[in-house]
Design a protein around this ligand. Structure first.
Ligand SMILES: Nc1ncnc2c1ncn2[C@@H]1O[C@H](COP(=O)(O)OP(=O)(O)OP(=O)(O)O)[C@@H](O)[C@H]1O
Ligand SMILES: [Mg+2]
Length: 252
């Protein structure tokens, strides 16, 4: 192990109030857990896909229907990528119909610093990096949102929204968009032009195959970077007996 490696392993734990975080945010709350390691594997896969592509990588996280785990996956992945100190990561809530990113991070309404995505779109002087709420302890910038009074589709279809995302590419290495589901709402289709690709979250054991197929056809296979199986229960996994001892070994 080199001195550089040692410095990386000796970073102290974050000193931020995480009491109100959703317990599923394992990458932030339980970084040593089995579940957090699954997000490291996802980070590795995403970084592999992005290797060789210069500039900022803009990825939307979506799924066939509501409740598949898009928001939980987005935050865990963003926090895992942001562990690399040199990575500048921006996570944006573009699910304007069910804006849950703030809530999952323990915010009620819009009671944190930074402004909402909707307000950033409406205010021509605003940028995403200024609108972002900075979670310094996690090296992560987050833009949450409120529901707009105007049509969500028109807002995401606006030149102003595209301009905000394009301008942010100069300031970040990764922009992750927590997005609306594909089948019940048209919104996600608007993101295709703006992004490098989609990660499609599949609720393990729940999402019907036919809905997944329809989703992949709708997004276009060339735009789908990969599938994320969310919520696979360790105890039901065929590998569980091999893993169990590894993660539950008593300290000697
Ligand atoms: N891996 C998991 N294990 C157990 N519960 C989970 C997991 N991932 C998400 N959940 C729970 O499922 C619910 C939906 O998760 P989440 O909000 O991430 O889904 P979503 O696809 O973003 O939903 P929406 O379409 O409403 O935005 C939440 O209550 C969350 O805590
Ligand atoms: Mg969500």
């Amino acid at each position: 192990m080199t001195a550089h490696d040692l410095a990386l392993t000796e970073v102290p734990p974050p000193s931020v109030t995480t009491d109100r975080f959703d317990p599923r945010l394992v990458s932030m709350l339980r970084p040593e857990s089995f579940d957090a390691d699954q997000y490291r594997m996802l980070r590795y896969a995403v970084e592999r896909v992005c290797t060789g592509k210069k500039g900022c990588h803009t990825i939307a996280i979506t799924s066939p229907i509501a409740g598949d785990g898009k928001t939980v996956t987005s935050v865990n992945l963003a926090a895992t990528i942001a562990k690399a100190e040199q990575s500048r990561v921006l996570l944006v809530d573009t699910d304007l119909r069910r804006p849950n990113l703030g809530r999952i991070l323990g915010q009620h309404g819009h009671d944190h610093e930074g402004s909402s995505l909707v307000d950033a779109v409406l205010d021509r002087r605003q940028t995403l990096e200024r609108a972002a709420w900075r979670l310094e302890a996690f090296n992560l910038s987050v833009v949450t949102t409120r529901r707009p009074a105007v049509d969500t589709y028109e807002l995401l279809a606006s030149d102003r929204f595209s301009e905000l995302v394009r301008a942010a590419r100069d300031h970040f290495d990764y922009i992750l968009l927590d997005s609306a589901p594909v089948l019940p709402a048209p919104d996600c289709r608007l993101l295709g032009q703006l992004i490098d690709g989609f990660l499609v979250v599949v609720a393990a054991g729940k999402t019907p195959r036919r809905l997944l197929e329809e989703t992949l056809v709708t997004l276009g296979p060339e735009k789908v970077l990969g599938l994320v199986f969310n919520g696979e229960i360790l105890a039901q996994s065929r590998y569980s007996r091999y893993y169990y001892g590894y993660y539950h070994q008593k300290e000697k």
